[in-house]
Ligand binder design. Structure first.
Ligand code: PLP
Length: 404
């Protein structure tokens, strides 16, 4: 078993070997510019790009013309929000999103607020889900866009996308979803789900970094976006810039593999995540699951461990690559805004760990991780007077603490 054990697949995934193999010739032999119309190297590159476009489209039930390649989901989210806001300024000035979105949506929404748009940030329930009734109440005649993520990158919660999209479209608003976490694990069908704009990222699905796409609906309704990048008029004028052919070939291949292996992968990872959860729960008390008990990404397990110190917990986990719910920002140790939005208290947010399983995760790795986590938490709790007191039946909330 190779250490560290990588359980951080929500941050990024390794490039699948089969993906890399297909990419390699496009760096050296077939290196042409897909926009070169005057020779065969250009044609071959263009052919590869169009094949990749159809592979991406197939994975989400779209047609190839509806796929605009970008540098990742961050750019796709920027283009969706900024591009729609600018294009539909006459129609409206109101945009709705929600509090646990990725920063690529939240910060873009805040930028639009600065530019004079009205923004509504919907709350989530304790499992991280948006209530379609809340969306219905927030919509008005001047709402031009609703943006709700497919699956959350911290707690794995899946949103009721089809219900939310239907609600938005009933009021004449466009519906965008950031689906960066979903395509290798959950089926997406933009037609059946009524999605108008959808952001994807290659490196969250065993493709290369720096590659992504925005799905832009072409009919019922035809969605138009104001470009945010100007130049040679690539990607139907919506996103200029020479196409990164090897990366796109990799993205397309990753999508083709995802389409073929998604369901088996998802089942296997769901079972492994449960094994990890059980392995920890069997040996430890006061462990809390963050996110939704069933409507969650099958590869996600986000747990909080009461009565341990967050930093000590992470420092003990050197041979397991995971993320924690406390992001160290320069001076303060701010707990995750996502966990906060779910109503998780600061203490439990600080001691949360996000396990993100992936295609290469084995049962041995899971058993090792469960053992290590248990061992570290037990050791830290042995040193915790609070845990001692709680175990002796004291109600810690009723104790008045004196300092000095
Ligand atoms: C990773 C991620 C992004 C950013 O994607 P990049 O391709 O790295 O720009 C956006 N949204 C979500 C939900 C993500 O998980």
């Amino acid at each position: 078993m190779k250490l560290p054990i990588y359980l951080d697949h929500h941050a990024t995934t390794p490039v699948d070997r089969r993906v890399l193999e297909r990419m390699l010739p496009y760096f050296t032999e077939d290196f042409g510019n897909a926009a070169s119309r005057s020779h065969s190297l250009g044609w071959r590159a263009e052919e590869a790009v169009e094949w990749a476009r159809s592979q991406v489209a197939d994975l989400i039930g779209a047609s190839p013309k509806e796929i605009i390649f970008t540098s990742g989901a961050t750019e796709a989210n920027n283009l969706a929000l900024l591009g729609a806001a600018e294009m539909y300024r006459e129609k409206g000035d109101h945009i709705i999103t929600q509090v646990t979105e990725h920063k690529a949506v939240l910060d873009t929404a805040k930028r639009l607020q600065q530019l004079g748009y009205r923004l509504t940030f919907l709350p989530v329930d304790p499992h991280g889900r948006v209530d379609p009734d809340d969306l219905r109440k927030a919509l008005d005649r001047r709402t031009l866009l609703v943006s709700i993520m497919f699956a959350n990158n911290e707690v794995g919660t899946l949103q009721p996308i089809a219900d939310l999209a239907r609600t938005a479209r009933e009021q004449g608003a466009l519906f965008h979803s950031d689906a960066a976490q979903a395509p290798a694990l959950v089926p997406i069908d933009v037609e059946a789900m009524g999605i108008d704009l959808l952001s994807l990222s290659a490196h969250k699905a065993y493709g290369p970094k720096g590659i992504g796409a925005l799905y832009v609906r072409r009919k019922n309704p035809r969605v138009r976006l104001a470009p945010q990048m100007f130049g040679g008029g690539h990607e139907r004028g919506m996103r200029s810039g020479t196409l990164p052919v090897p990366g796109l070939v990799g993205f397309g291949t990753a999508c083709e593999i995802a389409a073929a292996e998604r369901d088996t992968d998802a089942r296997r990872l769901h079972d492994l995540a449960r094994r990890l959860h059980d392995g920890i729960r069997d040996r430890l008390d006061e462990v809390y699951l963050n996110g939704h008990p069933t409507e969650r990404l099958p590869n996600n397990l986000n747990l909080s461990f009461a009565y341990v110190e967050g930093e000590a917990l992470m420092m003990g986990m050197t041979d397991i690559a995971v993320s924690s719910g406390s992001a160290c920002s320069s001076a303060s140790l701010e707990p995750s805004y996502v966990l906060k939005a779910l109503g998780v208290g600061d203490d439990l947010a600080h001691t949360s760990i996000r396990f993100g399983l992936g295609r290469s995760t084995t049962r041995e790795e899971i058993d090792y991780a469960a053992g290590r986590v248990t061992e570290i938490v037990l050791r830290l709790r042995e040193l915790s007077p609070l845990y001692e007191m709680a175990k002796q039946g004291m109600d810690l909330k009723k104790i008045s603490w004196k300092s000095g």
